[in-house]
Design a protein around this ligand. Structure first.
Ligand SMILES: [Zn+2]
Length: 208
């Protein structure tokens, strides 16, 4: 069982403390893959008629009980909190090309139409950058030096066979990587990079 019984929301500071306590023994991701939900949009997410936790529970139900995935994306990032739905130390289901190689980070928004650089969209962006910086440092990963299926920050859309334009076009990878490198250089988080994994063994790559 890789879905957590109870989804939990963390501030970036709390998330850093949580990640610091995790151990990746059976499985270790080689890179992070970034997504946006598309549905719900941020406007839908922020609709006061739906409590955030209800939505997260709904997503778990959809992935686990309807799609019958053994796991899902890892954190869901909202404007205020980083929601954890699945065990971050086990592989998830988010991108068919590299499920076994990646941690999947979902940003709540449809960035094909919603803004990435202002308002609630920018709050999601900043929380996602914080969450990714914490995970990169804890796992000794780098977001730059991208090589398809091997290393560096991936976008779901780079998995050609999924035919999924995700995240939407308002998310520009060079901008995200620059923000991530800047955040990773800030020394005041609890997470500390250890044991940088420089291995470049010939893992399977995306065929798309
Ligand atoms: Zn995606």
């Amino acid at each position: 069982m890789r879905f957590l019984a109870e989804p939990k929301g963390y501030t970036p500071g709390e998330f850093a403390g949580f990640v610091e306590g995790l151990e990746w023994n059976d499985w270790r991701p080689k890179f992070v893959t970034l997504h946006n939900t598309g549905v719900p949009t941020l406007v839908e997410w922020l609709d006061p008629n739906h409590a955030a936790k209800q939505r997260i529970e709904g997503q778990k139900h959809y992935e686990r009980d309807i799609l019958h995935w053994h796991s899902g994306v890892h954190p869901f990032v909202a404007p205020n909190l980083i929601w954890n739905l699945c065990d971050l130390t086990k592989d998830g289901v988010s991108v068919s090309c590299w499920n076994h190689l990646t941690l999947g980070i979902e940003m709540i928004s449809d960035y094909a139409t919603e803004e990435f650089d202002s308002g609630a969209g920018a709050q999601v962006r900043d929380n996602a950058v914080a969450a990714m910086a914490i995970l990169h440092r804890r796992l000794g990963l780098r977001p730059d030096r991208y090589r398809l299926g091997l290393g560096g920050l991936h976008f779901h859309k780079e998995c050609g066979r999924d035919h999924h334009d995700c995240p939407g076009r308002n998310v520009v990878k060079a901008d995200v990587v620059a923000r991530l490198l800047k955040e990773m250089a800030v020394p005041d988080h609890a997470a500390v990079s250890q044991g940088a994994d420089q291995s470049t063994s010939g893992e399977s790559t995306c065929s798309g």
